[in-house]
Write a protein that binds this ligand. Structure first.
Ligand code: PGA
Length: 249
């Protein structure tokens, strides 16, 4: 059985006060969400504060990105060992906003997976097609390349300690959600692609759906066979909405 995972990607939002209030609200409600594993990924500058508040509780801490390097002259970057030092357990890699606005390509995402795992962080590796790619029938080709970069770089064994998130770019922050059938089809494609290399790893891999998930649409998405939880953006900034999504698992 794959334990459902719900990860909140807070993106570049919040203040010290709002982050504290959000975490407090999540902790109050988290007690009755035993089934799903919960993770929150605040902006890097709030990680220390979040770590202190979440310490010993039921919600795990994650980061939104990490450097492929462990230390050194990389101005503005945050290294995996720093995140691990603060008790982060997860890190998002290859989010479509990193790919689009920071030029991250499949090879870099693969190196970030290795960098994360080198310090015991579980990577949440994001893949997904743009609207143009979907409409031209290229969805499987694009996602196949994104998954193959992980299989050819870190290797299929690395996926035993990783999470994959399918996030159609056209569904992120747009209010457009993939239908449960559209999402399930891509999730099954991803699992089959990995299964061709290692069926056991593929069977155990958690594949999250992301893109305008809300409390209202989460239940039907989470009943699909190959959807093992969600990577939540906008709705993760509201404690009650996030908890509603967690309870839908
Ligand atoms: P959204 O973002 O839920 O706001 O669409 C999801 C994500 O980018 O991870």
């Amino acid at each position: 059985m794959r334990r459902p995972l719900i990860a909140g990607n807070w993106k570049m939002n919040g203040t010290r006060d709002s982050v504290s209030a959000l975490i407090d609200g999540l902790l109050v409600g988290a007690v009755d969400v035993a089934r799903a594993e919960m993770v929150v990924c605040p902006p890097a500058v709030f990680i220390a504060e979040a770590a202190a508040r979440l310490d010993g509780g039921p919600i795990a801490l994650g980061a939104q990105d990490l450097s492929e390097h462990a230390a050194g002259a990389y101005t503005g970057e945050v290294a995996g060992p720093m995140l691990a030092d603060y008790g982060c357990r997860f890190v998002i890699i290859g989010h479509s906003e990193r790919r689009a606005f920071h030029g991250e390509d499949n090879a870099l995402v693969a190196r970030k997976m290795t960098a994360a795992q080198a310090v015991g962080l579980t990577p949440i590796a994001c893949v997904g097609e743009t609207l143009e790619e979907r409409e031209s029938g290229a969805t499987e080709a694009v996602i196949g390349r994104q998954i193959d970069a992980l299989l050819d770089g870190p290797g299929v064994g690395a996926l035993a300690d990783a999470v994959v998130a399918y996030e159609p770019v056209w569904a992120i922050g747009t209010g457009l959600t993939a239908t449960p059938d559209q999402a399930q089809a891509v999730h099954a494609f991803i699992r089959n692609r990995i299964s061709a290399r290692d069926a056991t790893v593929a069977a155990g891999l958690r594949i999250l759906y992301g893109g305008s998930v809300k409390g209202a649409n989460a239940p039907e998405l989470f009943t699909m066979d190959d959807i093992d939880g969600g990577l939540i953006g906008g709705a993760a900034l509201d404690a009650n909405e996030f908890l509603t999504i967690c309870r839908a698992t």
